[in-house]
Design a protein around this ligand. Structure first.
Ligand code: SAH
Ligand code: SF4
Ligand code: F3S
Length: 460
C-alpha cells in the first residue's frame, strides 16, 4: 500500500520476557502483511497494542496504569483502536472489555494470528476477546518476514521451538498464561533458521518456556516421528550445521531436562554458545519442594558441575526468588551458600509475588514479612553483583568476539554488543580501524570491568 491516507499505523508496547518480545515481532510481522506499518509514536497510531506480562503483580499493574493513561488517547480519534495482548490478556480474557470500555479487543497468547482480522472488526465497532487455548501446531505456521519488516534487531533473531509449560511450579502463572507444552516440528524450525541465516542473521536464540523440554511429550507418547520432533540436543546439532549461523543460544532451560547428550553438545558443538541460563529459584531443599521445582540443591549442583566439566569456561546465570512462603532465615542462607558455591556469573532476583490460581496460594506456610523479603533481596543482589564483578575482572586482558548491536549507552562513539558468554561489552574502535556496524562481529580486547559490562577496545 502506498497511499498514505490509507496506510494504517500501529504502535506496540511490550512488557515481559523474550517470548513476549518475539510474540511482538510476530504480531508486527502479521500487521505488516495486512498493510499496516509500525510507528514509535502513540499519537500517530491508529492501532495501539499492549503486549502484557503477568509474572509478578507489578508487571500486571503496568497494564492498568497504561490503560488509565490511554483513556485520553482513545478519546482523541474516533477511529483509534486499542488492544490488549499477551499473558494478562490470556489470564483475564473478556473481563478486560468489561472493566475497560475503551479497550476494543483482547487476544491471548494462542491467538496472535487473528490480530489483523480483529483490528479491522474493531474498526467496524465490534468488541471481542479471543483467548481460546488450542493444542494445535497451526500457531507456528506464520508468514515469513515481510520485506519491510526487519525484526527488532540486526544480525540476531529469536526462533520459537516450543510453547507452553507443564511444570506447574507452585509460584508461577506461566502454565495458565501460556497453556500446555507443545513442540514445533524440527523441519519448520530448521527452515526458519536457514531463511534467517540466508538473510544475514548470525545468531539465533531458541525460545521456549522450558526450551530443553522440547519434544519430550512427543517422544514419551511415541509421536515423535509423526509430529516430526527430534530431541532438543538433536535439534541443536541440526541447527549448528546451517552455514552462516555462528551462534546458537537457548532460553529458558529447566534444570531437570539436561540429559547427557545436551551436556555433550556443549562440549562438542562450537556454534552452541558457552552460556546457560539455569534458573535455581532457591538453594533450600524444603523451599524447592514447596516450589514444586522437582530438583534439590545437590541435583542442581550436579547439573552445573556436568556443564562445567563438559565446557570449563561456560558462563552460568540464574533466576532466584526470595521471600517464598515459609522461607526461613536458614533457608535463605542456604540460597546464599549455593549461589556463592556455584559462582553464577549473573542472576536475576525477585521478591515472591502471589499470583492468581497458583498452588502456592494454598500452601500452609507463613508469609515472609515484606521488609524481611526486601532485606533478603538486597543481600542476595549484593552477592550477585560481587560475583558478576569478579567474573568480569577475570576477563580483563583477554580477547573476545562481540556481535555488535549498536551504539553504547556510555556515549562517546562507543559500541555495544554481546560476547559468546552473553556478557555485555562496550567498546571503542581505535583510530585507524573502521568501526563495525550492527550485525557485524568485532574482535575486542577487554581493558576494564564493571558489574554491568566489560569495557574493551576493538583489535580488528
Ligand atoms: N521458565 C523459566 C522461568 C520463567 S519466569 C524457568 O522455569 O525457570 C522468569 C522468572 O520469574 C522465574 O525464573 C522466577 O525466578 C520469576 N518468577 C516467576 N514467578 C514469580 C512469582 N510469582 N514471584 C516472583 N518471581 C517469579
Ligand atoms: Fe513457570 Fe516453572 Fe514453567 Fe518456568 S518451569 S515457566 S517457573 S511453571
Ligand atoms: Fe511474563 Fe508471560 Fe513471559 S507472564 S515472563 S510475558 S511468559
Amino acid at each position: 500500500m502506498t497511499d498514505a491516507t490509507l496506510q494504517r499505523l500501529f504502535h506496540l508496547r511490550t512488557y515481559g520476557c523474550q517470548m513476549n518480545v518475539h510474540d511482538s515481532e510476530k504480531i508486527s510481522n502479521l500487521l505488516y502483511h495486512a498493510g499496516y506499518r509500525a510507528t514509535d509514536s502513540a499519537d500517530a497510531a491508529d492501532l495501539l497494542i499492549i503486549n502484557t506480562c503477568s509474572i509478578r503483580d507489578k508487571a500486571e499493574q503496568h497494564l492498568y496504569s497504561d490503560l488509565g493513561r490511554l483513556r485520553d488517547w482513545k478519546g482523541e480519534g474516533a477511529r483509534r483502536v486499542l488492544a490488549v495482548a499477551g499473558c494478562v490478556a490470556q489470564q483475564e480474557g473478556d473481563s478486560l472489555l468489561v472493566r475497560f470500555p475503551h479497550v476494543d479487543f483482547v487476544f491471548g497468547t494462542h491467538n496472535l494470528r487473528f490480530v489483523a482480522a480483529m483490528a479491522s472488526a474493531a474498526e467496524r465497532g465490534s468488541r471481542t476477546a479471543r483467548v481460546d487455548e488450542t493444542d494445535s501446531v497451526e500457531r507456528f505456521d506464520l508468514p515469513q518476514r515481510h520485506p519491510d519488516f526487519g525484526g527488532e534487531s540486526v544480525g540476531r533473531a529469536y526462533v520459537t521451538v516450543m510453547e507452553g509449560c507443564d511444570m506447574f511450579c507452585s509460584f508461577c502463572i506461566v502454565p495458565t498464561t501460556r497453556g500446555r507444552e507443545i513442540s514445533r516440528a524440527t523441519a519448520g524450525i530448521v527452515a526458519e533458521a536457514e531463511a534467517l541465516a540466508a538473510s544475514g542473521v548470525r545468531e539465533i536464540t531458541l525460545l521456549g518456556q522450558t526450551v530443553n523440554a522440547y519434544g519430550r511429550h512427543d517422544a514419551r507418547r511415541g509421536h515423535a516421528e509423526e509430529r516430526g520432533t527430534a530431541s532438543f540436543s538433536q535439534l541443536l546439532r541440526r541447527l549448528a550445521a546451517i552455514p552462516g549461523l555462528d551462534r546458537i543460544r537457548y532460553t529458558s532451560p529447566h534444570p531437570l531436562f539436561f540429559d547427557d547428550d545436551l551436556v555433550r553438545v556443549h562440549a562438542e558443538v562450537d556454534a552452541v554458545c558457552p552460556h546457560v541460563h539455569l534458573p535455581l529459584q532457591s538453594g533450600s531443599d524444603s523451599v524447592l519442594t514447596d516450589m514444586r521445582r522437582r530438583y534439590g540443591r545437590d541435583d542442581f549442583r550436579r547439573t552445573a558441575d556436568a556443564l562445567r566439566k563438559a565446557k570449563p569456561d561456560i558462563a552460568i546465570t540464574t533466576d532466584l526468588i526470595v521471600g517464598f512462603p515459609g522461607e526461613s532465615d536458614a533457608d535463605f542462607r542456604d540460597t546464599l551458600d549455593l549461589v556463592r558455591d556455584i559462582a553464577f556469573v549473573d542472576g536475576f532476583s525477585f521478591k515472591y509475588s502471589p499470583r492468581p490460581g497458583t498452588s502456592a496460594l494454598r500452601l500452609d506456610r507463613p508469609a515472609v514479612p515484606p521488609d524481611e523479603a526486601q532485606e533478603r533481596l538486597e543481600e542476595l543482589q549484593s552477592l550477585l553483583r560481587s560475583l558478576t564483578l569478579k567474573a568480569h575482572r577475570a576477563r580483563v586482558g583477554g580477547t573476545t568476539e562481540v556481535l555488535v548491536e549498536g551504539p553504547s549507552r556510555r556515549g562517546g562513539g562507543q559500541l555495544k554488543g554481546r560476547d559468546p558468554y552473553h556478557r555485555v561489552v562496550n567498546f571503542e574502535t581505535p583510530e585507524g580501524l573502521s568501526a563495525p556496524k550492527a550485525g557485524d562481529f568485532a574482535t575486542v580486547r577487554v581493558v576494564d570491568a564493571t558489574p554491568h559490562s566489560l569495557i574493551a577496545l576493538a583489535v580488528s
